[in-house]
Design a binder for this molecule. Structure first.
Ligand SMILES: Cc1cc2nc3c(=O)[nH]c(=O)nc-3n(C[C@H](O)[C@H](O)[C@H](O)COP(=O)(O)OP(=O)(O)OC[C@H]3O[C@@H](n4cnc5c(N)ncnc54)[C@H](O)[C@@H]3O)c2cc1C
Length: 418
């Protein structure tokens, strides 16, 4: 173990979670002196993500919020189309490239922080509290305090859990003529063929001539690239218009092939799973971001959850009062997570099961949620910021029997230990 290859903290993965945590640590006087190595296989010089999220008040990254809106379109089942008012929330968009270009130079100013472009091959999980070895294709490195691992990926294949994927392909398109309403993004447009899954399009305008149009599927299998493209073209070029009843025709685009060009492409896969994540596989290894299970299982959203959890983790590092310190003080084996979910994650599990076993169409569930509840209440619910009784009143607005059946199946599986 060479001294020059030894750091206090090593970040295995410097994407959203790694860079956000490093950014928060860098703001803390008591952590700024830590010798830090941030390893990522990418240079982070492209716009590889567009992150959208809703928020009350100001974001820690408000300076780089690219667009924000106080209303969004929802197009659901049974002709339900509405421009929803977000009340105290705003729907915000941050582009990956803006995030990297903002955070990385701030961190580079700290002489204690080093960036390394390399592939992490393995993060060892020693059962004692010695330094942790991180093997990369550029050599081995050691962390004396912690490795924050966002490069790890679970394969989400255990049959006893509900494992689905949110997968999507999007295009940033630019049109010759103004066609988009810059202050009216579309959060969900379910007026696309559902194919017994959950499929929708969202449209986030950059201006009246530019927008990201994304085709999204919740399912247990991926589809061919050509299929995403087929439905994107159908949506943009208005091949769905003829299939729609009159009332539903609001906000349908009719842009001819020669009238737009594709500036950027985004493709992504987000796990939607209730499989428990081992967040601390060894005394000094902490998985963060998707690797740490920060994604909300039933929606795939995680930007805001990440920020909340990483700010909390930073405070725990400052005050040294976290569970992982207790682990360090003596326990030699990490307690295996049990399959007894909390109330909020139980709701996620039930919704995942309804979707996975196709007990009721997801477009109809979301339509009912947004039709019969205030948008603020639904967003609070999806943010897990509602009380038990508020959750119950909300649940009564969706078709209840599919949820009861799914809940009984889950109870049955827990009892049988499957
Ligand atoms: C295209 C896309 C769009 C998304 N949009 C939204 C959204 O709008 N709203 C929302 O809430 N959530 C969204 N998500 C979900 C989630 O917020 C993002 O996936 C988020 O980036 C997760 O953060 P992370 O740090 O865990 O992963 P990442 O940001 O992907 O960071 C992981 C980093 O680890 C690096 N890495 C991986 N393996 C290795 C290795 N072996 N060696 C070295 N480096 C490695 C990668 O290069 C990457 O930089 C989106 C996800 C995707 C994929």
């Amino acid at each position: 173990m060479q001294d020059s290859n030894t750091y206090d903290f090593i970040f295995a993965g410097g994407g959203l979670a790694g860079l956000s945590l490093a950014y928060y640590c860098n703001k803390e006087e008591s952590l700024r002196h830590k010798k830090i190595l941030i390893i990522d296989r990418d240079a982070k010089e492209t716009n590889d993500h567009t992150w959208c999220f809703w928020e009350k008040g100001v974001s820690p990254f408000e300076e780089i919020v690219f667009r924000k809106w106080s209303q969004v379109w929802f197009h659901g089942t049974n002709n339900f189309s509405k421009l929803l008012q977000l009340g105290e929330y705003q729907y915000k968009m941050i582009r990956g490239i803006d995030f990297y270009e903002y955070v990385i130079p701030i961190l580079q100013k700290n002489p204690n922080i080093t960036f390394l472009q390399a592939s992490v091959l393995e993060t060892e999980n020693p059962s004692d509290t010695e330094s942790v070895k991180v093997k990369t294709d550029c050599g081995d490195f050691w962390a004396k305090d912690f490795v924050f691992d966002s490069a790890y990926r679970s394969n989400y294949q255990k049959p006893q859990y509900q494992n689905m994927l949110q997968h999507f392909k999007g295009w940033v398109i630019e049109t010759e003529e103004p066609v988009f309403q810059p202050d009216e993004p579309t959060l969900f447009d379910f007026r696309t063929e559902q194919k017994t899954e959950c499929r929708f399009v969202y449209v986030m305008p950059h201006s009246d001539k530019k927008a990201i149009v994304e085709y999204t599927v919740f399912s247990d299998n991926l589809i061919q690239q050509s299929e995403y493209e087929h439905y994107l073209i159908e949506y943009i070029e208005d091949k769905i218009l003829s299939k729609l009843p009159e009332l539903e025709k609001s906000v349908v685009y009719s842009i001819k092939e020669e009238e737009y060009k594709i500036d950027e492409t985004e493709f992504g896969i987000i796990p939607m799973s209730d499989e428990p994540h081992i967040q601390i596989p060894a005394p000094k290894v902490i998985r963060i971001g998707t690797a740490g299970g920060y994604v909300k299982a039933s929606t795939g959203y995680s930007f805001q959850r990440q920020q909340r959890r990483l700010q909390k983790l930073t405070q725990e590092l400052v005050t040294s009062k976290s569970d992982f310190y207790e682990f360090e003080k003596g326990k030699k084996s990490w307690k295996k997570p049990k399959y007894i979910p909390s109330w909020k994650s139980l709701l996620d599990t039930i919704l995942l099961r309804v979707m996975l076993t196709k007990k009721h169409s997801t477009d109809d569930i979301f339509t009912n949620l947004f039709k019969y509840n205030s948008t603020e209440k639904v967003l609070r619910f999806l943010d897990e910021d509602t009380t038990f009784w508020q959750d119950i009143t909300l649940i009564t607005t969706v078709p209840i029997m599919p949820f009861v059946k799914a809940a009984l199946e889950i109870i049955g599986r827990v009892v049988r230990g499957k």
